[in-house]
Design a protein around this ligand. Structure first.
Ligand code: BGC
Length: 766
């Protein structure tokens, strides 16, 4: 009761951004203070209240002013809920928090979570696109803005960053991650956690991150979502674990376990994963939450039923049960049966309470309920300007024959294609809080951009797919965009519109829900109806620019051979329309580079730049098929567009690549340098990439690994020397025994504009 009073009497400051509430303890004394507070609180909790803290049920659809009458409201009042998620609306959340604080026996505040994956109402590009900026400041800024907006909406915990490495674009969730590279993925993971959590989560616009999905979710077999994962520890440690570890080191307050098996045991109850690796090897001191219903899925995988799965999950190190109701429903009985001890429960409860303490919720349970902020801090002009700038940075120019792009603002521009006038498809998958009623379609964005100077005319040209069932599967959540007219009618209209135009912009690709969760595909090429439309548009003889909307790498060899200019625009978020116009009309020079390889065909998958060499690599100088070499009879090994690739409206030249020594001592350093010059006629940004190859290791090492990059801006005629300092730490990897070390021997350092066009210099590590 005393604590409850203390919480209720907390002062809710009126300032728009409050600070000074409890934060992640940084000194021993602060830690002891937190421990004492939580011990005292736990001493007064019943078993049911303890299990309540471990329970993360869905929010239901609570209506403003009605929280008290909802199922979740009743459970909160009884102290049976630790948190809930995906409610939009500061008032609704305040109502619920008030029940927890003012009506439950101990007044323990709730954790309020949400899948804020790439922004709240100001939506940034999908994470895969964001990573193509290679701009860590921009990525951190996007997370900072997301945190500011979500906290103004009453949410204090985001289920992000998703850092699952994936080499399989069939998997729809590649849209949510940062691509295929563990080193770049780690940089992104750190930037996101910093952006969300700020300095120490003491301010009311700093929220708790939840890195996910631990672990290996991106390696589902055949790219089918939720499918089996099986891999060597060598690969886990070197290729898949680094971004999770980076997020943990950056202080992520929580981590979400994945749906998949790890070594035959669901991650949710895998003690090796959650205890040995996460807690003992990486010193993680936050809490572990399951993914949605995953304890309940243990039996479906072919293991134990819910009660036993709950026991194993708890003992493995899972602290919070998302939506399985296994902890709240079965652990009391398991305690009675002696399958777990109260210490096992207490350990998890303590971690949840610590998270609430670190968020400052015990100092002020309404810290995130300054409802006035909802009107002032969300979808602001400043946030939108950042989203527009960052979206334009994320587009990747794949091809630009004859410098068709940028387009002049003159004459008649035909915008044609199924993605040209669909607002709901602009933000991209997993944008729970987005409000498309506030956003522009591409047609609107382009029309605004040329106002008074040129005319934009539009026709849809075709549906997304000819098959309505296929289209329906890709346009869920109210994103329906089906045109009832026949394919022929749509085509005829488009050709009539195009006939009159000077240039054609073809807005093609996937719908936003073709990627994301449960959106695996086996055919990654443009649907036949869209291809047919493109063919007919090209046949007009007019210049055609293709904008490719995609949540994953697209298979587009035909387009790449036939369409003169291709700009990959992914899903650019709430401001995508203006951002696309900025690049199409040359106000912004594109600078994005791919973070996932674009294959020639689906048969090449998995395809990734940092592969092992094999004992029989193909001789790259001879493009034809080589018998008894590692290659295909019917396709090249090389991708269509490699990792790191992306063009600009200007040209960059690399020269004078040097190493200041060819030998690295165990405590020394080497510096590789290159001169990069802008030899074109526009200012532009270049992402200069450095790779390393460990030529001979105690285990096979990749043909190259990204180890450094710099994003530089150069004016026409300007050049810059870009350097990369190599120290033994740079060369470390997990060996056969999983020891993290650098081995003496031969190495190569490489530099270039992408992972294929590289200059190479050798060196030795002593
Ligand atoms: C997804 C998670 C998400 C959770 C809560 C699950 O289906 O795999 O990424 O955070 O739902 O919405």
């Amino acid at each position: 009761m005393e604590m409850k009073k203390r919480i209720i009497s907390a002062v809710v400051a009126a300032a728009s951004v409050m600070s000074g509430f409890a934060a992640v303890p940084s000194t021993q004394a602060e830690r002891e203070k937190m421990d004492a507070f939580i011990s005292d609180l736990m001493g007064r909790m019943t078993l049911a209240e303890k299990l309540g803290q471990l329970n993360l049920p869905p929010s239901d659809d609570i209506v403003t002013g009605q929280a008290i009458d909802s199922n979740i409201g009743a459970a909160v009042e009884q102290g049976l809920v630790g948190g809930t998620f995906n409610i939009k609306g500061a008032e609704k959340i305040l109502d619920l928090q008030k029940i927890a604080v003012e009506k439950s026996r101990l007044g323990i505040p709730l954790l309020i979570g949400m899948d804020v994956i790439h922004g709240y109402e100001t939506v940034f590009p999908i994470p895969l696109a964001l990573s193509c900026t290679w701009d860590m400041d921009a990525i951190e800024k996007s997370a900072r803005i997301a945190a500011t907006e979500m906290s103004a909406g009453g949410v204090c915990w985001t289920f992000s960053p998703m850092v699952d490495i994936s080499r399989d674009p069939r998997w729809g969730r590649v849209s949510e991650g940062a691509g295929e590279d563990p080193w770049l993925g780690s940089e992104v993971a750190r930037a996101m956690v910093r952006g969300y959590q700020g300095a120490d989560m003491s301010r009311n616009d700093e929220v708790m991150a939840c890195v996910k999905h631990f672990a290996l979710y991106g390696a589902s077999e055949a790219g089918r979502d939720y499918n089996t994962v099986d891999m060597s520890r060598y690969r886990m440690y070197n290729d898949y674990f680094p971004p999770y570890k980076a997020a943990v080191e950056a202080g992520s307050g929580s981590i979400m376990s994945s749906f998949n098996l790890v070594d035959g045991i669901p991650a949710t109850e895998n003690k090796w994963l959650l205890d040995d690796v996460l807690r003992k090897q990486w010193d993680f001191d936050g809490f572990v939450v399951t993914d949605y219903g995953s304890i309940g899925e243990v039996a479906v995988h072919g293991l134990e039923e819910l009660p036993e799965a709950s026991v194993r999950s708890l003992l493995a190190g899972t602290d919070m049960d998302m939506c399985s109701f296994g902890f709240i429903g079965t652990l009391a009985q398991s305690l009675e049966e002696g399958k777990i001890s109260i210490e096992d429960i207490d350990r998890a409860v303590r971690r949840i309470l610590e998270a609430k303490y670190k968020l400052g919720l015990f100092d002020n349970p309404y810290k995130y309920n300054d409802v006035k902020r909802e009107a002032t801090d969300i979808y602001t002009d400043a946030n939108r300007a950042e989203a527009r700038r960052i979206a334009a940075e994320s587009f990747v120019l794949l091809k630009n024959d004859g410098d068709i792009l940028p387009l002049a603002r003159k004459g008649k521009i035909a915008l044609i294609g199924p993605m040209g006038n669909s607002v709901v498809n602009m933000p991209g998958t997993w944008s729970v809080a987005s409000d498309p009623s506030k956003y522009k379609s591409l047609l609107q964005g382009m029309t605004d951009a040329v106002k008074g100077k040129a005319e934009v005319v539009y026709a849809k040209g075709c549906n997304l797919y000819e098959d309505p069932a296929l289209e329906a599967a890709c346009t869920v959540f109210g994103h329906d965009m089906r045109d009832p007219r026949s394919e022929d009618e749509l085509l005829a209209e488009a050709l009539a519109v195009a006939a009159d135009a000077d240039v054609i912009v073809a807005a093609m690709g996937e719908a936003s829900e073709s990627s994301g969760e449960s959106s695996s595909r086996t055919d990654l090429s443009l649907p036949a109806t869209q291809r047919r439309l493109l063919e007919r548009l090209l046949a007009t003889g007019k210049p055609v620019v293709m904008l490719n909307f995609a949540g994953r790498p697209t298979v587009m060899q035909w387009e790449s051979e036939n369409v003169p200019a291709i700009l990959n625009v992914w899903f650019g978020g709430s401001e995508a329309a203006d951002a696309i116009a900025d690049v199409v009309f040359g106000d912004v020079n594109p600078s994005g580079k791919l973070t996932m390889t674009m294959p020639v065909n689906v048969g090449q998958i998995p395809i990734y730049y940092n592969h092992l060499n094999t004992g029989r690599p193909k001789d790259p100088r001879d493009p034809s098929f080589q018998k008894y070499r590692s290659n295909y009879i019917d396709a090249p090994n090389a991708p269509l567009y490699p990792f790191g690739y992306g063009m600009s409206y200007t040209d960059f030249e690399y020269s004078d690549f040097t190493l200041d020594s060819d030998s690295l001592s165990p405590d020394g350093s080497l510096t590789a340098s290159v001169t990069v010059a802008n030899t074109g006629s526009r200012s532009g940004d270049e992402i200069v990439q450095f790779y390393i190859r460990d030529v001979a290791g105690s285990v096979a090492r990749p043909v190259k690994e990204l180890k450094h990059f710099e994003r530089i801006s150069l004016k026409p005629g300007e050049s810059r020397r870009v350097s990369f300092t190599i120290i033994p730490e740079t060369l470390r990897f997990y060996d056969y025994n999983l020891d993290y070390k650098a081995e003496p021997g031969k190495f190569e350092v490489m530099v270039g504009p992408d992972s294929q066009r590289l200059s190479i210099l050798p060196f030795i590590m002593q």
